[in-house]
Write a protein that binds this ligand. Structure first.
Ligand code: PEP
Ligand code: CO
Length: 463
């Protein structure tokens, strides 16, 4: 850490250090029995190379600033909780594939470049609603993510283990290495709809409309490719960014690095981080940590948040009111969005804040089936999204992005969609350790529906 305070940029608050969060009240942290082992693990992580490069974070920041000005659209998505066992070529490939394919469809609908941000290469730790749970009559510490304890319901496995932190660094770096290799090696050729699995289209009542979108994308890609040079620039390679919830502050501190030529601190464990709905208290440790790092920051905004308090939080994190610094990710739920969103938009507007708005239509729409399985329904997710597009438009604002929990695999965790997954199908391939994710077809279908909403919005504006 630098001891020359003169080399610091004025962006770094004078009373902030990468450890200043330690004196604030903190939520959602594991209690480790072996503090010496924890200190060793964190020191090891702090000695390792960053996972991302500061120049990449700066590119994302500029792109998000453009999105805040209405010139780009964000797609953020991936697992609720990444699992160590998913650090394998198939799972990584299919996640990248679905995100790239969705981004092509969204870009077509938005008529804008899409910023792709994975919930990947670090999305391990989970906030939980209770510290313990009862399984087969036994009370156990709750599962908090693969970087903390084991999903297996046994007392030893559920004990927080600091060695899992170093393991999460390795899993994140292997995942990111493979993502980077695929992108530079030409995997982005997946722009071609010929390579997509579109079987859901034939099952949808909107079949004709979707077929038309596919045909238009195919034409647009062929047209672009007919200009050799343009292809390289626009289609052959793509930007892809990583993100995770900045929950476990010991780990995040270890990934925080001072960048001398900019005079700022960056979290170089991911390009973007977000603050969860359960850890965003104004005087708490999380806001303290985040106000000192220069990365773009997402803030979840749920139905229990007080708009005036949210304004104070945004100001604490972004005193310079820079477009692109803050992305607000609303997650009100389909039944509350109509009530909560206008209040949020008004509060932010009255305070004159430059934020970028995204919608997470997943976390407000979790339900339990009669058999106690956690699920989300395609139509409820869609209903929240539509209400966000409409609500922003009606209030003179703009929805600039979407945030999903999804996977490229053929899981059965969410109900609905053209393939008609019902409650009785959920047990067929229910894999998630945490929240239910859209599967490949549901995700791609969601992108088609959103593209359609955005196209209709363009037409309305043009009329
Ligand atoms: C999440 O994004 O996985 C999450 C826990 O969200 P929230 O903080 O909005 O509940
Ligand atoms: Co989740």
């Amino acid at each position: 850490m630098p001891n020359d305070s003169k080399s610091k940029s004025p962006d770094v608050p004078s009373d902030w250090t990468p450890t200043s969060w330690r004196s604030r009240p903190i939520h959602q942290q594991p209690s480790y029995q072996d503090q010496a082992e924890l200190t060793r693990s964190l020191a090891t992580i702090a000695s390792y190379p960053p996972l991302v490069f500061v120049g990449e974070v700066e590119i994302l920041r500029l792109q998000l600033a453009e999105a805040a000005q209405g010139r780009r659209f964000i797609l953020q998505g991936g697992d609720c909780a990444e699992r160590f066992q998913d650090c394998n070529p198939e799972a990584i490939t299919s996640k990248l594939k679905i995100l790239l394919q969705m981004s092509v469809v969204l870009s077509y609908g938005a008529r804008q470049p899409v910023i792709r941000i994975g919930r990947i290469a670090g999305q391990y730790a989970k906030p939980r609603s209770a510290d313990t749970e009862i399984i087969d009559g036994k009370t156990l510490p709750v599962f908090r993510g693969d970087n903390i304890n084991s999903f297996e319901p046994d007392p030893d496995g559920r004990r927080p283990d600091p060695r899992r932190l170093t393991q999460s660094y390795y899993a994140a770096s292997m995942t990111l290495n493979y993502v980077r290799a695929m992108i530079t090696g030409g995997f982005a050729d997946l722009h071609h709809p010929e390579n997509w699995n579109l079987s859901f289209v034939s099952k949808s009542s909107h079949r004709q409309r979707y077929e038309q979108v596919v045909a238009n994308i195919r034409d647009a890609v062929a047209f672009m490719e007919s200009f050799g040079g343009v292809r390289e620039e626009t289609l052959g390679s793509v930007d892809f960014f990583t993100s995770h919830e900045g929950l476990l502050l010991g780990f995040e501190e270890a990934m925080t690095r001072y960048v001398p030529h900019l005079g700022r601190y960056y979290n170089l464990g991911a390009h973007m981080l977000w603050i969860g709905d359960r850890t965003r208290s104004l005087d708490g440790a999380h806001i303290e940590y985040f106000r000192g790092i220069a990365n773009p920051v997402g803030i979840k905004w749920g139905p229990t948040a007080d708009p005036a308090e949210m304004v104070r939080i945004i100001k604490a994190l972004d005193p310079r009111n820079e477009p692109g610094r803050i992305t607000i990710i609303t997650r009100f739920g389909a039944s509350q969005v109509a009530k909560c969103l206008p209040l949020a938009i008004d509060a932010v507007r009255q305070a004159g804040l430059n934020v970028l708005w995204s919608s997470d239509p997943m976390h407000g729409n979790v339900i339990k089936t009669k058999n106690g399985i956690k699920t989300r329904d395609f139509d409820a997710i869609l209903s929240e999204l539509k209400a966000c597009f409409d609500g922003h438009k009606k209030h003179g604002s703009r929805l600039g992005g979407v945030h999903f929990e999804l996977t490229g695999e053929d899981v059965t965790e969410c109900t609905g969609g053209a393939e008609g997954i019902g409650e009785q199908d959920l047990s067929r391939n229910y894999e998630t350790f945490c929240d239910p994710r859209l599967n490949y077809s549901q995700s791609l279908e969601m992108a088609f529906v959103i593209a359609n909403i955005m196209q209709v919005n363009h037409q309305d504006t043009a009329e």
